[in-house]
Design a protein around this ligand. Structure first.
Ligand SMILES: [Mg+2]
Length: 207
């Protein structure tokens, strides 16, 4: 049976939060640090709690970045992820990118994946459709179930907690805390690569 790995994009392959944060900080003259980000949708909450009345401006700024080709395609890849994914693909593993980015930025997302060499043979890409799904956790679980994904790689705690399959959770300031048994906290892509065979054996997936 072909092994299938579901892989999130933002903060798993792409250094997204540092990129957004640096733009946001310089635009609004604030100094939010990565370590302060205690929840995945931190900036949404920060903007909502903002007392300076710049809520609309801040929301528009973030939305603008989301659709900004230059910004999006300039986000840096996370070390080792490209080489490891290429290696897996060459071993016959199916790579399936599953992201809560909106379907409206599919093209930009593909451009980024291709630019950095993530678009391996038979790669698949699913993005979030507001008309079809009510939240990102249900969306990712549904795609994983429908495609018989064996293992997921994620940084959002809620999404990892919503999965029944093994999940490698890349350690980030916003996902600290107690985990379910199927979730393995990891600190690098090298660690994921090293632990994958053992986890695959545990779920009976044979390459
Ligand atoms: Mg993510």
């Amino acid at each position: 049976m072909k092994v299938k790995i579901g892989i999130d994009i933002d903060n798993v392959l792409a250094e997204s939060y540092p990129a957004y944060l640096s733009k946001f900080n310089s635009q609004f003259g604030v100094e939010i640090q990565m370590e302060e980000i205690r929840e995945f949708y931190f900036l949404d909450k920060y903007i909502k709690d903002n007392k300076k009345g710049k809520v609309r401006e801040m929301v528009n700024f973030i939305d603008g970045l989301m659709l900004d080709v230059e910004f999006q395609t300039g986000i840096l890849p996370i070390p080792d992820s490209i080489e490891i994914i290429k290696k897996w693909s060459n071993q016959g593993i199916q790579i399936h990118y599953i992201t809560a980015r909106p379907v409206s930025i599919r093209k930009m997302t593909e451009v980024w994946l291709k630019k950095h060499g993530y678009w391996v043979n038979e790669a698949k890409l699913d993005l979030y459709n507001f008309n079809k799904h009510s939240n990102d956790t249900d969306f990712k679980k549904e795609v994983a179930d429908k495609n018989n994904i064996n293992i997921f790689i994620e940084d959002a705690l809620e999404i990892a907690m919503g999965m029944d399959i093994p999940v490698f959770l890349l350690d980030r300031p916003w996902n600290r805390g107690k985990l379910k048994k199927n979730i393995i906290r990891v600190y690098s892509w090298k660690e994921i690569e090293e632990k994958l065979p053992r986890v695959l054996n545990g779920v009976g997936g044979k390459n």
